[in-house]
Design a protein around this ligand. Structure first.
Ligand code: IMP
Ligand code: MG
Length: 203
C-alpha cells in the first residue's frame, strides 16, 4: 500500500467511525436490529464491480437495474465500475399465491432493444428465486443473447427455484431484512445499514 492509499484509507476509517448507526429501528409493528453495516455492504459491492469488470472487459453488456429494491445497489455498482456502460431499468412485482406457482407482474418493461444483447441484471436480493427465475425466462423468450445475474444479497437457505446468481455481494441468513433499498411495507428503504427482524417478532 503506498503512502497516498494509507492516507485515503485512514480518512475512510474516520469517515465511517464518525457515522452513527442505530442499533435497532422500529417500522410499524416490527422491530429490527443492526445486521450489516454500510461499510461491509459497500466493500461487497465494490468487489462485485471488480468481478464483473474482469469478465466483461472489452464487451458491451446492457446493465438492467431491477427497481425498486435495488436502487442503492445499482447506484453504488455503477459508481464502482469504470467504463462506458449502458444502464436501463425494469420493475416487476411477484405474487406468491399460497401453494400456487405464483405470478409475475411486469410493472415497467425494459425500454431498450434487448434482442441479441448480453444483459447483466442488478437485483437487490434473491429469496425463493421465483422473481429472477420468471424474469430471466421472460427475457430469454424475448431473444436476448445471454443473461447474467448480479445480486447484492442472497439467502441460499430460502431457495426454492433453480437459479444461481453469477455475482453475489453477501450471502445472508434466511431472515427478513430492511435497509439499503429494501423495505417492509414500503418503509425502511433509505437506511444506509441493513437491519434484520428481531427474533421476538416471530413469536
Ligand atoms: P423471491 O422472488 O422470493 O426471490 O423474492 C425476491 C424479491 O422479494 C426481492 O426482489 C425483494 O424485493 C423481496 N424480498 C425478498 N426477501 C426480502 C427481505 O428480506 N426484505 C425485503 N424484501 C425482500
Ligand atoms: Mg426486488
Amino acid at each position: 500500500m503506498c503512502f497516498l492509499e494509507k492516507v485515503l484509507n485512514l480518512h475512510l476509517n474516520l469517515y465511517y467511525l464518525g457515522k452513527k448507526s442505530m442499533n435497532s429501528i422500529q417500522l410499524k409493528d416490527k422491530e429490527f436490529e443492526l445486521y450489516i453495516p454500510e461499510r461491509e455492504i459497500k466493500g461487497a459491492i465494490e468487489r462485485v464491480a471488480r468481478e464483473i469488470e474482469r469478465d466483461v472487459a472489452g464487451t458491451n453488456p446492457l446493465f438492467v437495474g431491477i427497481l425498486n429494491g435495488a436502487f442503492m445497489f445499482i447506484a453504488d455498482l455503477m459508481y464502482y465500475l469504470n467504463g462506458p456502460y449502458e444502464l436501463t431499468f425494469a420493475r416487476y412485482a411477484s405474487y406468491h399465491g399460497t401453494g400456487s406457482t405464483g405470478e409475475l407482474k411486469e410493472i415497467m418493461p425494459i425500454k431498450s432493444d434487448i434482442k441479441g444483447r448480453s444483459l447483466i441484471l442488478l437485483e437487490d436480493i434473491i429469496d425463493s428465486g421465483f422473481t429472477m427465475k420468471c424474469v430471466m425466462q421472460k427475457l430469454k423468450n424475448e431473444g436476448v443473447a445471454d443473461i447474467k445475474l448480479a445480486t447484492m444479497l442472497w439467502k441460499p437457505d430460502a431457495m426454492q427455484y433453480d437459479i444461481k446468481p453469477d455475482y453475489v455481494g453477501l450471502e445472508i441468513s434466511n431472515d427478513f431484512i430492511v435497509g439499503y433499498g429494501l423495505d417492509y411495507d414500503e418503509l425502511g428503504r433509505a437506511y444506509r445499514d441493513i437491519y434484520k427482524i428481531k427474533e421476538d417478532n416471530h413469536k
